[in-house]
Ligand binder design. Sequence first.
Ligand code: KIV
Length: 276
Amino acid sequence: MYTQLEQRGMPEPPVNVSTLRKMKHDGVPIACLTAYDASYAALVDAAGTDLVLVGDSLGMVIQGHDTTVPVTVDDIIYHSRTVARGLRRAFLVADMPFMSYTKPGIALDNAVRLMQEGGAMMVKLEGGDDQVEIVEHLARHDIPVCAHLGLKPQSVHKIGGFKVQGREPDKAQEMRAAAERLQNSGADLVLLECVPNEVGKTITDALEVPVIGIGAGPDVDGQILVLYDILDITQGRTPKFVKNYQAGCTSPLQALQNYVGEVRESVYPAPEHCFS
Ligand code: KIV
């Protein structure tokens, strides 16, 4: 009865939360990417990516908005179920969009939809101390949770732009304390966005759960980037942490394999992709 989940016809079993924890423990960098449809999901999976996120970045790269704020639960479900069909080995995480987790009951209803209708294996939400109660509630119902700290794009209008977070010692300390509280409340994964290397390292060392970074330096347990950024599809200025893997490649698959290889070998991120 368990064969389907364990094999899915692959030589390697699908990634789950235990795989990710073991990778942290063994010091094997976790390679993660976003995806938004079945065709790219299949390529991302074939390249050996461990974790795929249906991010609310789809509001920007798919829907053409300036921020992630307009994305709805139905949008994420639509894209997540298409991505789920393309994956065989990678672990599927879906974003909880803006205002979809304002109260524990609302968060639970929406997380259940992302898992049952979208095929997600974990949900990600942005927040610090304010989300402890929500994370606890989800964890009590056996919903795996990734807590997103550092730059929180859903708060862009409150922060006043997409800016590096945690540069001031008190803010870095607050972020570390929030990460520990979220872990102790049941978060299975922490994602850190746009923080100085030092903050990425301190939080990673302090936590037992894996820490995935995007612009969080080389000392986290894994890296994630937006698929369209690394395939050079995104037009205009890209963030400092983005590397164009399509350059010099003859196919998207080759570009994605190069990304996974560079994460595994700790070649990415290089100093030019990091914040101090
Ligand atoms: O929405 C998204 O794509 C994200 C990034 C941090 C990867 O949350």
